[in-house]
Ligand binder design. Structure first.
Ligand code: CP
Length: 306
């Protein structure tokens, strides 16, 4: 039985197969419409979510399966003190596969060690968000035609943004990847990513504070929200929250074929005036999230569709 805790749980070859399956699902949805009939997905979300939870549910429904679950710790027996280990043992009696989001880093991993069904990490604290990474990789491969030879600008809250940490881990496995890390001093990527992941693997990167200093060289601009829920101090959040606002003027500095991505939700970091720019890819990205989660459910449940 296979779980998904990190994007690195999949080899580059397995990832390639998964993305190819997702593209086939995109173009031939009817072929997969009954693939999971009789199967159930549990979504156990101890933290708020719109995209991840609903795209998982949409994915399972589009495969002909059913869904059950809870959308907050308050509406589950976690509020009475139940551990994730006990919860997953019970969920294993009710469902065939589980997607779990939890504010504590490592909680889905603990669940997977007690589970009788595949567990998918749907985001654990500031740590990892592997299905967002799968979504991002599918978006990049579909819109840019490749996952190598890219200069990627990661902008915003690079300290707490788990989607950024997962994406860096995943992309360094491809040749000729270069990063521009765009953040205020206080929200720089953690030193373990800078030193143990980027520097140790000889991945070229530079750090800048101003978005304007990076725009012209990027193939992809990946914007992120300042993670209010991870700040200890509201004043620090207020000071940081509007540090970057991508607008038409800044977009005029970018390449014609650069794409703008964002895991969403956005707050103010991308002005709505950018939404009509053909380079804005963030809503397409949300759609790719359904195809890739369909592919992941099929893969972990070992369902083959001919
Ligand atoms: N991208 C993402 O994880 O969004 P949600 O928090 O709405 O699931």
């Amino acid at each position: 039985m296979q779980h998904l805790m990190s994007p690195l749980d999949l080899s580059v070859e397995e990832l390639d197969k998964l993305l190819t399956l997702a593209n086939d699902i995109e173009h031939n949805p009817k072929k997969y419409a009954h693939a999971c009939e009789g199967k159930k997905l549990a979504t156990c979300f101890y933290e708020p979510s719109t995209r991840t939870r609903l795209s998982f549910e949409s994915a399972m429904l589009s495969l002909g399966g059913s869904v059950l679950g809870f959308s907050s710790a308050d509406s589950s027996s976690a509020s009475k003190g139940e551990s994730v280990s006990d919860t997953i043992r019970v969920i294993s009696c009710y469902a065939d596969i589980c997607a779990m989001r939890h504010p504590k880093e490592g909680a889905p991993l603990v669940a997977s060690q007690r589970s009788r069904i595949p567990v998918i990490n749907a985001g654990d604290g500031g740590h990892q968000h592997p299905t967002q990474t799968l979504t991002d990789l599918l978006t990049i491969r579909s819109l840019k035609g490749r996952l190598d030879n890219l200069t990627i600008g990661l902008c915003g809250d690079l300290k707490f943004g788990r989607t950024v940490h997962s994406l860096i881990h995943a992309l360094i496995r491809y040749p000729h990847i270069r990063f521009v890390l765009i953040s205020p001093e206080e929200l720089r990527v953690p030193s373990y990513i800078r030193e143990d992941v980027l520097a140790k693997n000889n991945i070229p990167f530079r750090e800048v504070e101003r978005l304007e200093d990076a725009m012209g060289e990027l193939d992809i601009l990946y914007m992120t929200r300042v993670q209010r829920e991870r700040f200890f101090n509201e004043d620090d959040y207020v000071r940081m929250k509007d540090f970057y606002i991508l607008n038409r003027k800044k977009m005029s500095l970018a390449k014609e074929d650069m794409i703008v991505m964002h895991p969403l939700p956005r707050v103010n970091e991308i002005s709505v005036e950018v939404d009509d720019d053909p380079r804005a890819a963030y809503f397409k990205q949300a759609q790719y999230g359904v195809y890739v989660r369909m592919a992941l459910i099929l893969t972990l449940l070992e369902v083959n569709v001919c």
